[in-house]
Design a binder for this molecule. Sequence first.
Ligand code: UTP
Length: 404
Amino acid sequence: MKATEILRQYGQEQLLRFESELTDEQKQKLNDQIESLDFSVLKNINEKPTLKKGEITPLKCMELDEINARSEELEKAGIEAIRAGKVGAVLLAGGMGTRLGSDDPKGMYNVGITRKLSIFQCLMNNLFDVVHKTETFIPLFVMTSDLNHEKTVEFFDDNNYFGYPKDYIFFFKQEMAPACDYNGKVFLEAKDKVAVSPNGNGGWFLSMMKNNLLDTIKNFDIEWLNVFAVDNVCQRICDPKFIGATLLEKRTVGAKVVKKATRDERVGVICLEDGKPSIVEYYELTDEMMDLADERGERVYNFGVILNYLFNVDELVEIVNKSLPYHVVEKKIPYVDENGNTVKPESPNGYKFEQLVLDMIHLADSCLPYEVVREHEFAPIKNKTGVDSVESARELLKKNGVEL
Ligand code: UTP
């Protein structure tokens, strides 16, 4: 459909407000951008956030005791799968990292104290642990966005791909979604550019497909993808025991989880919804559910996800055909006002739209929640200081023997 028709359909004609001032080249650029965007996401601002409607019941987790008792068996199965080339890794690094407040991609952030140690370097070191153990290079797919792609690729290149073989690393860009004001009118970021932001981490597999990476996956004979966030510097990547456990338990998805620090910790909790795996948000858990205990006296809704999942590729191909919900997030969105002046708001002024990996879990057939030790594997960097920060991650890195 042509740009003008699209704008009429969605009531967004204001995006051509400065058309008469643009050169032919700028007009073309703006038209191309409009034609490439999905404006249907805007309808989500009128839809109330849906609380989980289905019946929530517990989903049994593979806990540390069992993992320790079956350690050898799990590790053997995982190592075999990796050595057979069945496993790939996907690093989600398309986010804007606004809370951290750096203009560079989050992965470039230096967590070192006496030496330079970027987040990307930490993750590559973690990946190397399993490469050394299995003597097998694992293909790594890195998701970026329009906002950080060039810088990310350049950083890998400048760092000689951290010693990893270059032909085992594949970068791909995620989709962008329009950003709008509180009345649903999409902003212009410049006179010739619609304001957009990355559309969340949930569209990663669709973006891989759009970038023809399904062929690469097939060429490598990859059957499983371990997808993980850029900001957890302590996480184990392609952890053989986790892979072995998911395979041996014959699940199509595995989810690393940690025991909640408190009964009401603000983390998504893994459960079943109408008999299918799902993640219930902390605010959707009633007091009664929070305290519900099993025969051992252990709380049953007690494990939170940490954005480290293993997905079977055939399952992913099915999941992308099902639709993921969009979450509407309030954000500060820089824009050009009616007079052509650029405004950088101090407080949120509109919405952006995001799909989330955690919603993919409910579209999967089966899922194995797999417990990991928080102090060893969960050091997310969201903020500069305080909870989930550079400071707290540095502490955990030190505890785990990483020299800073
Ligand atoms: P967060 O939800 O913490 O978002 O991302 P963020 O963009 O990094 O940080 P804030 O909220 O702006 O401060 C969790 C993971 O999902 C990735 C991030 O890069 C991070 O690894 N992500 C997030 C994407 O890849 N794309 C997105 O559009 C959003």
